[in-house]
Design a protein around this ligand. Structure first.
Ligand code: HEC
Ligand code: HEC
Length: 427
């Protein structure tokens, strides 16, 4: 939530990121990548960078769905994705990996936490100077995602691609001839295909792989900040260059988004290149997603969001309790981008919502309708005209949403506006 407009300070971000954003600004129509961005792209789409050589970043962040989860049947239900190892699931819906590079380093501003990557902000950006780069080091080693046993395995596979043609720009092209000069043990392939193992490297080579692992993350972040990912090529963007005009309905939605709907108080809509997030955190009172496979093992699971991250990182009780249940305000760019009109996407941290109509109706009526008793999916709640209680009852925002007094036509206008935020608009 923002009382004042918080503009992320680009100066705070790493040099690579600034280059990426600068390209995104000027060259929305060109998909030309710098060598570093191209390398990051090859890494992003490489299935071999997972324990079973079956999962890349794009498995959960695919461009055709706005850089989020590409499986409609998953989105329609639990909305959490299986990792490289079958039957292991994460507990959150994949957010967009595009526009994530623009998030500032996690910090406190006028009493509000701001920035970082992940729904809870825990990829702070303090390590590599940029939250998206810190983030990029996570999935390869996360046992519920790509599940490789050792960061050196990622380096080994990037230095020795299974499909060299998929790397038109190689790791040494970008990071220097010495970057892959590492003495790999003969059993590296075996070690990298098994859980709980470590590649046996000399201390000097370990220093090199640690450095290379950081550089892999920086290359991914460069791609994520490139004009191909942060394209700024939606219909709304085209209106600023005079190449498109919003329809009456879309214009009405845009006005409601900034006015009566109060959306822009968190999803900042400050004209050209707006990111539709102020990178703060809020608890909207989103219900539990009863179809999250996590509940099969832990019925009482709740997601504490930012509060959980702060607790785990040693914050005082009064600090983390005030943030319990808050999630990072996501960008709304590409929220409607989908491969076909009937393709289902999931919305919010647990994917409870399956339609833009549903989530807008929730903002409008959360505090007006009766509480559903028992497990209700979004479709069941809409049919029964009630909303389930919040997943986390603490710190629910009651000031800016819940009873907006929007008519059905006004809700539809807001949805029509959200549909203008899909990149790749062709007049
Ligand atoms: C198995 C699915 C899966 C895979 C594979 C995966 N991600 Fe994610 N990604 C997620 C989920 C789920 C989250 C949210 C996790 C959280 O908030 O704790 C996420 C969060 C992110 C974010 C944060 C966006 C933001 O605005 O905070 C970025 C960026 C990202 N992933 C990039 C990547 C990259 C790069 C890779 C490959 C190295 C990758 N992801 C692999 C599921 C996946
Ligand atoms: C008080 C701040 C705030 C306001 C006001 C607000 N949002 Fe949000 N929005 C958020 C947060 C935080 C989330 C993520 C919540 C979660 O996952 O639990 C979110 C999530 C969303 C999503 C899901 C995006 C995704 O990728 O999953 C959509 C769509 C959305 N908001 C649209 C709107 C619209 C339209 C309005 C106005 C009617 C609005 N928001 C008002 C903070 C806000």
């Amino acid at each position: 939530m923002s009382r004042s407009l918080i503009r992320p300070s680009l100066i705070a971000l790493g040099a690579i990121l600034i280059v990426g954003v600068a390209v995104g600004v000027g060259a929305a129509v060109s998909s030309e990548l710098t060598p570093n961005e191209q390398l990051g792209k090859s890494i992003f789409f490489d299935d071999n960078l997972s324990i079973n050589q079956n999962q890349s970043c794009a498995a959960c962040h695919a461009p055709e769905v706005g850089w989020t989860g590409p499986l409609a049947d998953v989105n329609e239900h639990g909305a959490v994705y299986e990792g490289s190892i079958p039957a292991r699931f994460g507990d959150r819906k994949p957010p967009s990996s595009a526009y994530a590079t623009v998030s500032p380093i996690f910090h406190m501003d006028k009493g509000l936490f701001v920035g970082g990557n992940f729904w809870d902000g825990r990829a702070t950006g303090e390590k590599l100077g940029n939250p998206a780069a810190d983030q990029a080091q996570g999935p390869f080693l996360n046992p519920k995602e790509q599940a490789l046993p050792d960061s050196a395995c990622v380096v080994w596979r990037v230095c020795n691609p299974v499909l060299p043609d998929d790397y038109p720009v190689s790791f040494v092209d970008v990071w220097g001839a010495d970057a892959c000069a590492i003495e790999w043990p003969a059993d590296t392939a075996e070690v990298c295909g098994a859980e709980g193992t470590t590649v046996d490297l000399s201390p000097g080579d370990r220093t090199k792989t640690d450095m290379a692992y950081g550089n892999i993350a920086l290359s991914i972040a460069a791609f994520e900040g490139s004009a191909e990912s942060n394209a700024f090529s939606s219909k709304l963007d085209a209106t600023f260059s005079g190449d498109a005009k919003l329809s009456k309905l879309e214009q009405r939605g845009y006005a409601l988004f900034r006015g009566k709907g109060q959306c822009a108080r968190c999803h900042t809509a400050n004209g050209q290149e707006a990111l539709f997030t102020d990178f703060t955190f809020d608890n909207l009172g989103v219900p539990k997603n009863p179809e999250n496979p996590f509940y099969a093992t832990d019925r009482d699971f709740v997601d504490p969001g930012l509060g959980g991250f702060l607790k785990n990182s040693g914050s005082e009780e009064d600090v983390y309790e005030a943030e319990w249940g808050k999630m990072k305000v996501p960008t709304l760019r590409n929220v409607d981008l989908r491969p076909s009109a009937d393709f289902v996407k999931a919305y919010s941290h647990n994917g409870y919502f399956k339609s833009l109509e549903g989530i807008v109706h929730f903002y409008n009526t959360r505090d007006v309708k009766p509480t559903c008793v028992g497990d209700f999916t979004e479709a069941q709640a809409l049919a029964a005209d009630c909303w389930p209680p919040p997943e986390v009852p603490e710190n629910v925002n009651a000031d800016e949403l819940g009873d907006l007094g929007l008519t059905p036509e006004e809700e539809a206008a807001i949805v029509a506006f959200l549909e203008t935020l899909s990149d790749g608009y062709a007049p």
